[in-house]
Design a binder for this molecule. Structure first.
Ligand code: NAD
Ligand code: FE2
Length: 383
């Protein structure tokens, strides 16, 4: 089983940050976060918890959404400069990914760009503790840190066993301030992780358990969490769903949807969750016939059970319908045109080439995809 070393869940659990850091033996810690968490005073609350546990603490709050290698290197410079004994990632996937990368950059020299790929990190990092504030990426339990290289607009993961967090504190109270549209798009990212892991060629009985539980929870709670963000039960269920989606992803991988979504982030700055939410109904339609039983089950988890006498290949298509309806209810953009970031037909070749370059998710996909197929899917998602 692959996931974070320890996970604690519950309203208020983030107040244990100080205790957790001092438990690692670290004398100093860097909190890696973003401006929002600074502005909301959450960064200071966590810093105070660490300080009062007798650990010296600094805050780096310059992480941008869809973070870059350059920002990560800047944060690493701060961590190296203070000889950080631990790193705390506070925020959504963006802050957590930078924090995970920084933790290994304290002990491995050079730029984060050197380690983008699989298994390139040489030494373990300093202890890392994740405190998510979105319910989406599952970064709090995965071995990946996704960073954009500004030079060529390519989004690439540092994938290494040394990136698994040592501890994650899952506090639903921290997600209450998340705006409705961020709740919606990050929740759809979690759903994409679960569905893609469930239909991945690498799915196993172990990853299935987590993927199924994530899909059931998201089908039931994402609308409520997004439209009534103060509902702490919905927030808690979504936080668990994202966690389970992350465990499923770490063990079975993602598939073509994530590969196709990466160029939208790398080339046009589209938020990761928005890109996945937009593409997942199209990819589900594309894949359904290659693995009908899985898509029939997934549709049922999302509230579209197969009707009596309905052929499997027909019922499988309802998974795509369920995803599109959910996205629509949440008010997420439905087409590439709706994104209004200047994507036109003439970009499809380059986007498809970049998507095909995201090799492992493409290899996990239940239906074989060519570059031409990628162009076709982008075209379907256009209008
Ligand atoms: N490591 C992994 O396994 C993994 C998996 C999927 C995605 N990712 C990466 O994660 C990044 C996206 O992370 P994300 O979707 O969580 O979004 P994010 O971290 O970029 O946050 C999105 C926005 O929401 C704000 N925000 C976050 N929490 C908030 C809160 N509680 N209250 C108010 N505002 C809040 C942030 O400040 C930001 O402006 C992408 O770079 C993506 O590639 C990583
Ligand atoms: Fe994702």
């Amino acid at each position: 089983m692959l996931m974070a070393g320890r996970v604690q869940f519950g309203p208020g659990v983030s107040s244990k940050a100080g205790e957790m850091v001092s438990g690692t033996g670290a004398k100093s810690a860097l909190i890696v976060t973003d401006e929002t968490m600074e502005r909301l005073g959450v960064a200071e609350r966590i810093a105070e918890s660490v300080r009062s546990a007798g650990v010296e603490v600094s805050v780096f709050s310059k992480v941008e959404p869809e973070p870059s290698v350059e920002t990560t290197d800047e944060a690493a410079k701060v961590a190296r400069g203070m000889n950080a004994g631990a790193v705390i990632g506070l925020g959504g996937g963006s802050a957590m990914d930078v924090a995970k990368a920084v933790s290994v950059l304290v002990t491995n020299e050079g730029s984060a760009a050197k380690y983008q790929g699989l298994g390139l990190v040489k030494k373990p990092g300093v202890p890392k503790i994740m405190i998510p504030t979105t319910s989406g990426t599952g970064s709090e339990v995965t071995f990946t840190a996704v960073l954009i290289r500004k030079s060529d607009g390519v989004k690439g993961g540092i994938n290494s066993d040394y990136l698994y967090p040592d501890m994650s504190l899952l506090d639903p109270e921290l997600t209450v301030s998340m705006p409705s549209h961020v709740t919606a798009s990050t929740g759809m990212d979690a759903l994409a992780h679960a569905l893609e892991a469930y239909t991945s060629l690498k799915a196993s009985p172990f990853s299935d358990i987590f993927a199924e539980e994530a899909m059931i929870r998201i089908g039931k709670w994402l609308r409520v969490a997004s439209l009534n963000g103060r509902n702490i039960e919905a927030r808690g269920e979504m936080m668990l769903a994202a966690l389970f989606g992350g465990v499923a992803l770490a063990n079975a991988g993602v598939t073509a949807c994530h590969a196709l979504a990466y160029p939208l982030g790398g080339m046009f700055g589209v938020p990761h969750g928005v890109a996945n939410a937009l593409l997942i109904p199209h990819v589900a339609r594309w894949n359904a016939m290659a693995s009908p039983e899985r898509f029939v089950n997934a549709a049922a988890f999302l509230g579209y059970p197969q009707e009596e006498g309905e052929p499997e290949h027909v019922a499988a298509m309802f998974c795509s319908e369920a995803l599109a309806e959910l996205s629509d209810d949440l008010g997420l953009p439905e087409t590439l045109e709706d994104l209004d970031v200047g994507i036109t037909e003439k970009h499809f070749e380059e986007m498809a080439t970049k998507a095909m370059g995201v090799a492992r998710p493409m290899e996990n996909n239940p239906r074989v995809l060519t570059k031409e197929d990628c162009v076709r899917i982008y075209r379907e998602a256009m209008e």
